[in-house]
Design a protein around this ligand. Sequence first.
Ligand code: PGA
Length: 247
Amino acid sequence: MKKKLIAGNWKMNGGLTANESLVKALLAGLKSPSCQVALCAPSIYLSQLQLLLAGGPVDLGAQDMSQHEAGAFTGEISGAMLKEFGIRYCIVGHSERRQYHGETDALVAEKAQRALACGITPIVCVGETLSEREAGKTEEVVKRQLAAVIHTNGHCISEIVVAYEPVWAIGTGKTATTEQAQQVHAVLRGQLKAASAHADRIQILYGGSMNASNAAQLLSQPDIDGGLVGGASLKPVDFLSIIDAAR
Ligand code: PGA
């Protein structure tokens, strides 16, 4: 059976001292996790985390990368550069990138493709806004977002991780109900199945105010294969209990 994946998304948080104590507390509480665990940290701290996590059970992830291979793209970081620091995952198309940095479905698809070409597993985020949900467009929106990635990546699609993150649930304390989440996950699974014979092995994570008290219920759903955890990943005790719930 495929393992679940709990990935922390630190967003633009952290500092050299705080990172060290957070990682040490996490590793101390994490003897042999029964799920996969990853931390997606700001790029500038990846080399620090590479050292702190070396040889342990936690994989390292980035939060974004360039769709380009190399060259005159000031401020950007390439997949090859990330790979040099032992990065296994890279979040692409997080709603904050879509919202504040104008990332389109096509760009997100290109980033996913570049990640795969570099041997990095993209964690592709999809999710509807509150007004899209209220207008009954949830399925249409997430399918459109995922379709772009499927179209660009063809048979490699079974190598990605998908994260369903309803935008209205991110950082708001409002979690999708287990039924709402499972319903969308089933839609995404169906779409992946139509594109790949190996869709069952694709991990579909839920993200959006996942915490120590709602994780077990969300993770018990048949198509919820893990979590992309923002706020709670900054608190070792909370993050550890989410990992514990992901059996
Ligand atoms: P949150 O963030 O857990 O703080 O809601 C999740 C995310 O944005 O990945």
